[in-house]
Design a protein around this ligand. Sequence first.
Ligand SMILES: C[S@@+](CC[C@H](N)C(=O)[O-])C[C@H]1O[C@@H](n2cnc3c(N)ncnc32)[C@H](O)[C@@H]1O
Length: 763
Amino acid sequence: MYSPEETLMNSFLYLKLGRRTRQELLAVQENFIKTFEIAQAKNLYFFQTTDSTFANRNTSTINVELIPTNRIAISDLEVGKVHTGKFVLCRVITKCVKLTALTTVIEDPEGDVERLSAYNYIPVNKIPNAKILSVDQASLFLPIGTILAIQNPYYKVGSQDGATMIRSDNPSEIVILKPDDKLLTQVGWKTGSNSFTNVKTETQNIPSADSFRVRGNEHFGKNDFTSAVDEYLRGIELYPQNVLLYANKAEAHLRLSQFIEALHNTEMALKLDPKHLKAGIRKGKALKHLKRYEESANVFRDLLRNPAIKNSLNVKLKKVIEEYRNQAQMLDSENKYGQYNYIEIIDEFIKKIQVRIGTKEWIYPGGPRLDHADYINNAIEIKHIGDKGRGLVANCDIPQHTLLIVSKAFEIVFDQEVPECLNLNFNRKIMNDAKSTELVTLIVQRLRAEPQLAQEIYQLYAGPTMIPGKDLDEKTLNIIDIERIEKIVYYHQFQAAYPWENFDQKRQEDCFESGIWIMPSYFNHSCVDANVQSIYLGDLMFVRAQRSIRKGEELTLAYFDQSNSYEKRIKLLKHFGIKCQCRLCKFERDEPNRVRQRRINIEKKLCSEIIPRISPRSERFSLSSSVITDLEGMIDELNSLGLTYPELEFLSLRAKDALSMTYFNIHRLTESMGIAHQLHDQMKKRNLFYWAYKFSSLLTLLYMVTRKAEKAKVYFNLALYEMVAPIIGDFDIRNSEQRSKALSIAEKLGMQFIPGEMLAELL
Ligand SMILES: C[S@@+](CC[C@H](N)C(=O)[O-])C[C@H]1O[C@@H](n2cnc3c(N)ncnc32)[C@H](O)[C@@H]1O
């Protein structure tokens, strides 16, 4: 159904401008291409809007049989309608431009023309070094002359220019027809020739298998793995007995993280040549990524028995196989026991991210996607939890800091992988950032390549109106359901941030990585009563018990920073449709308006007036005693508001934190220390390790400055534990081996609060 605004806009704008003529449309597209190229040459980013996403469609995708009776001519399309069960037969007549959608102009057999906007057709981050595709790059996806059948076409008025267009959100509904398709013999074209000479047809002169391999390798060399796959596939269609084409295609799939396809292609290659070494290695790798660790280790073990390898004919291959065999075996045990080598993981992460810190560019084209196994502790299970739907529950007592889940992102978009732009979705009155749009596209493309994965992704919650994926039948699982995918991204998009000083992104720019992690998606939310916490390293999410958890207790995660004010939390909870039952939400819901308003005013004053005066980097920084008077007054007022939960809320904590820092800066160290102790105890009691670490590190510094070395050591050890335990789990700080491991991690991630010369004393 359409909103009244949509209906009005559709009819009004259509009446106003209507469908454009061929000449107008070609001129518009030419102009669009020119403007785009100029903007691109100047390195300008596009701020663009999309007026609605799939929310308009009330029919689910159906596969349309491509027979003449189901064809609809452009002139018969009705504005504002999804023509379910129909398809538009057409050919591409201009070059393409890729903004959010891939846009081009098409012509149907009657000679009518229309603009086509194909959404989710190209993921940005799978095309290396090309956040914005050039017109030529984009046009490779739908070259001029390509014949298309656009199934279930949605005809609409574009919100920006008020002219008509065909919009397709689902790439599997755009079918590319071969020139010899039977349908084309049944339909005559009024314009141009019927032979589609623009499309490369290689029927007269059939190329050799090797020419496909060479062309595929050329694409591969340019990191364009999608085109490489296409090329190898075309070769395989003609030469299904060619081992090399399968083996190379497998590697291209590995690079695209399409592991099911990779495995399938290695198996085809090995069927033709069971001793093919590279196919064997790729099979082991694919199995590893599919979390079939034991099988993967067996493949590598067998490879090492291969006489060619045994006799060290190929030293390099032998090394690779040994490396992977060790890794697969380690992964197998990691997966069983959740033992990870954190130093190795952090090193890999830093190696992949380091250039980013300086210049915001990756060293690795794949960003910091890490190569480690998933893990799910068998102490947790998915259960139904009343009106919350499903959730995770402890099936035995779980000690604090226990590793519960290590999950590799199903898909992730790193900050610099997309241009900085926003999509306005007027229908849902929300703003999609470019990352969520890109996430949808990545998931769509992944499911197109590996439809089997729909099983796990479609199981996720997709809002109150959608049937849970568990009950979906085979047929539904086999379609790309854009609406479901969009909703899954809406409800499950985690935003990763790194809290450590060396990676404090907020300090550099307000940016996060966005991703979908399957198993952690089953945690329900709690603000202050959450009992698990997550930490991100690259595309890996580690979830640990924040405190000890009893058998039968539900495990909950704070979906957002619990230090947000009530008003902000309410907004975020609304996004998820949650009425949170944590202690703080319950208190704050019952508070009189007068108290609430007073607190809003205090928060405003603290953020806009006080903090800038006490932040050394701020222009308004000044160490005057009036700040102290203001802060003390603020804290008194917060106390007098009669809050029954001072230990739970963060506003008085922030004010006290500011006061403690101010005392420190003006050398009233005893007072500073008094507050820091109070705050540290409070945060420790709440198991908020990151906050506790903040105060234990301040206390270390205070004791160092006041020359109380023994006390300083105690707090230094506490700070070290509070920073590192959430990453590696519980450890004994008195054990010298464990302590030096923790120190090494702290150093890598940025434990920079102690000046170098003081640090030597503490160690
Ligand atoms: C990421 S999913 C969590 C798993 C979900 N419960 C399921 O059945 O798959 C988020 C959705 O779970 C529900 N949910 C999460 N936390 C909740 C809470 N504290 N109270 C009620 N519903 C909650 C909401 O519907 C929310 O949009």
